[in-house]
Design a binder for this molecule. Sequence first.
Ligand code: HEM
Length: 159
Amino acid sequence: MMIDDLALARAIHVLALVHWIGGVAVVTTIVLPGARKLPNAKDAVAAFEGFEQRFASQARISILLAGLSGAYMLTKLDAWNRFQYASFWWLDLMVAVWTLFALMVYVLEPLAIHRLFHEFALRSKDRAFAMAIGLHTVALIISAFAIGAGVLGAHGGLP
Ligand code: HEM
């Protein structure tokens, strides 16, 4: 039996999302709040960075796979013109979420954010962690919404 390459791309897409957004959920709801509770700023930063650095290098792979498999499906479905139609807003949302994370993980974080957060957290632990938790929470909510909309949209569940 021939492997259905569209189905394979879909499976890779979903697996990559599970790894990537699942990791974001762990960072947001477990790692950051746990690190914030540590009394010493140096320990808090080390606890967060120990997880975050490892996860970021894995997420660089899953984000790449999510993007490549998404682009492959668009090509295979001959669906690039969907971006012209408002009814495919869920596809625009996917690309917007992807672009936001890709910019962060491949460009901004290694270039500046990592150093800026490190310095900010050593100076003002509670404020820095409150800000990081807030921003991660917003990103997580938008990503979860994109996943829900993506499943509904891809399976004809949206008007
Ligand atoms: C460059 C980025 C992306 C592209 C080009 C892309 C493209 C696609 C395409 C073409 C489909 C199949 C649609 C169909 O079968 O009609 C799909 C499915 C899906 N995408 Fe994306 N996507 C991208 C990123 C994302 C992101 C960031 C998320 C969520 C955070 C996401 C969530 C989903 C979900 C949940 C499905 C439905 C899977 C299923 O149940 O079959 N995608 N995507």
